[in-house]
Design a protein around this ligand. Structure first.
Ligand SMILES: Nc1ncnc2c1ncn2[C@@H]1O[C@H](COP(=O)(O)OP(=O)(O)OP(=O)(O)O)[C@@H](O)[C@H]1O
Ligand SMILES: [Mg+2]
Length: 480
């Protein structure tokens, strides 16, 4: 009782705010007696979209905040340098400061009041004040809705040779535009010709207007799902980014499945709110659930296996969503997760095939004779014997040789082996610490053969690609 008077006086005032702006502040704006008011609390997607629009378009904006951002983001904001050397460096980036700003949309005058509300509160990181952005205008609410729709559409648009990367913000529950990236040409991702054209043609066919009509006519959700599985460093992430560029899509990475605050509802919202025209990517889908649907040790999220299935089923509706799961261990996935309907096409990425070795050589040495690429492939294949090499390792070799002529790169293939042997040792250690087969792994491997939509495995190399890690597993079982 003794400490209550101050709190009792103040709490009702804080909890019962009925106006987005104080009457005196509202009266100071050049608007009529009955303006339209829209309030956008901080931490919402529209708050950040409107704030960045206001900062760029408000005439005479003089109040800013400043944070450290990447040179990329400043460049993508449309300000400052295009110097490539600066592109990755850390730079000061402007954000909207507190104050009142004025701008126009469709010739309607709009005021944006960026202010704090209430008292300082403690958060996990620091003391913090609640910020809101209030739009005030004599225009009708429909004009402000159009304004916000316009910002959402521009944020989602992929123009030119760039695409947007979004990441799900678990606490604030929205797709945060993390960066704008340069699209990689599909040609630069070296894959067996059949595999690449199968993937590219499938997406092109899916995106055709007639296909949409067909899906709608038959009452089938207009979405397409792919499972990219196989060796690490084989080009799964690279091809996703290349496809985003080719098909003018955003890439939305959902990498928060094991986030401690992730729930089934959060997952569902993420899927439902995914930006238009995007590729929704769940990377390393085997990371959370064991083959037996149980959660992996140490996983702290509240997401359940059925929550994941429901979310995947809810993807897309009629919006033509593309949706990609990636894994290095398809055999560890529960068959329900990758059954027909949830995954329409399985695409296997192996270590480098002979064709890929020649093609990658030609990509790094475009002027070299095809015979030299063939000589490189032959020498490397002989050196490898039963072993295989990943595309990422081959890329590392070409980077190492970048100042050397094609002839040297074709001759010094022994250097590739250093990387290959290092990887085998790493895998050996990894398998030893695993110590046992994942639950459900063997059953899933049997199921694997039956999964519909499977493409033909790469002939000799794909089979060989699976060998080193499987040998390691057998070795460990026998030893333990
Ligand atoms: N098929 C490929 N063609 C060209 N470059 C490749 C290819 N595969 C991998 N690379 C190169 O190797 C690096 C790693 O590739 P990427 O991230 O696409 O592999 P990943 O299959 O996604 O691996 P992980 O399973 O570990 O996620 C990239 O720098 C990429 O340029
Ligand atoms: Mg990857």
């Amino acid at each position: 009782m003794s400490s209550s008077p101050i709190l009792v006086d103040r709490v009702p005032e804080l909890l019962t705010r009925t106006e987005p702006l104080s009457p005196s502040l509202l009266a100071s704006l050049a608007v009529g007696p009955d303006p339209t008011i829209v309030e956008l609390p901080a931490g919402t997607e529209l708050h950040s979209l409107v704030a960045s629009h206001v900062m760029k378009h408000a005439s005479a904006a003089r109040s800013f905040g400043m944070r450290v951002g990447s040179g990329n983001s400043r460049c993508c904001d449309g300000s400052d340098s295009e110097d490539d050397d600066d592109a990755q460096s850390r730079v000061a980036t402007k954000v909207l400061g507190l104050g009142t700003f004025e701008f126009t949309f469709e010739s309607a005058k709009i005021f944006a009041v960026h202010h704090t509300l209430g008292e300082v509160v403690g958060t996990n990181c620091s003391a913090s004040l609640m910020r809101t952005l209030v739009l005030v205008s004599d225009a009708d609410i429909s004009a402000l809705v159009r304004f916000c729709d316009h910002l959402i559409a521009s944020a989602d648009a992929c123009t030119g040779n760039v695409f947007n990367i979004f990441r799900w913000h678990v606490q604030h529950q929205y797709w945060h535009k993390a960066e704008t990236a340069q699209a990689r040409p599909v040609e630069s991702v070296v894959l067996p010709a059949e595999l690449k054209s199968k993937l590219v043609d499938d997406i092109a066919d899916f995106a055709a207007p007639a296909t949409k009509q067909w899906y709608v006519q038959h009452g089938i959700p207009y979405k397409r799902s792919y499972l990219l599985h196989g060796s690490p460093g084989a080009g799964k992430t690279s091809i996703i980014q290349a496809l985003a560029g080719r098909f003018k899509r955003n890439v939305c990475y959902f990498s928060s499945l094991s986030h401690p605050e992730m729930t089934d509802d959060g997952l569902k919202s993420a899927v439902q709110r995914v930006p238009a025209k995007s590729i929704l990517v769940f990377e390393d889908i085997d990371a959370v659930f064991t083959g037996g649907r149980g959660k992996k040790d140490g996983d702290k999220s509240a997401v359940t296996f059925s929550g994941l299935l429901n979310a995947l089923d809810g993807v897309g509706g009629s919006s033509g969503q593309l949706f990609v799961l990636t894994t290095n261990h398809r055999e560890r996935l529960d068959p329900a997760l990758i059954r027909n309907g949830r995954v329409d096409m399985h695409v296997h990425f192996s270590d480098a095939t002979s064709e890929q070795m020649r093609m990658l050589f030609a990509q790094f040495y475009p002027k070299a004779e095809p015979a030299l690429a063939a000589a490189f492939e032959e020498a490397l294949t002989a050196e490898l014997g039963e072993r295989t090499v990943s595309m990422a390792q081959l890329q590392a070799y070409f980077i190492q040789m970048r100042k050397r002529p094609a002839e040297a790169a074709a001759a010094e293939v022994k250097k590739v082996m250093e990387e290959v042997v290092t990887r085998m040792i790493r895998e050996d250690e990894g398998a030893a610490s695993d110590g046992k087969t994942q639950p459900g792994e063997e059953a899933a491997a049997e199921e694997e053969a039956a999964v519909a939509g499977e493409e033909k495995k790469e002939p000799q190399k794909a089979a060989a690609a699976a060998q080193p890690s499987k040998e390691v597993h057998v070795h460990v079982h026998v030893g333990s």
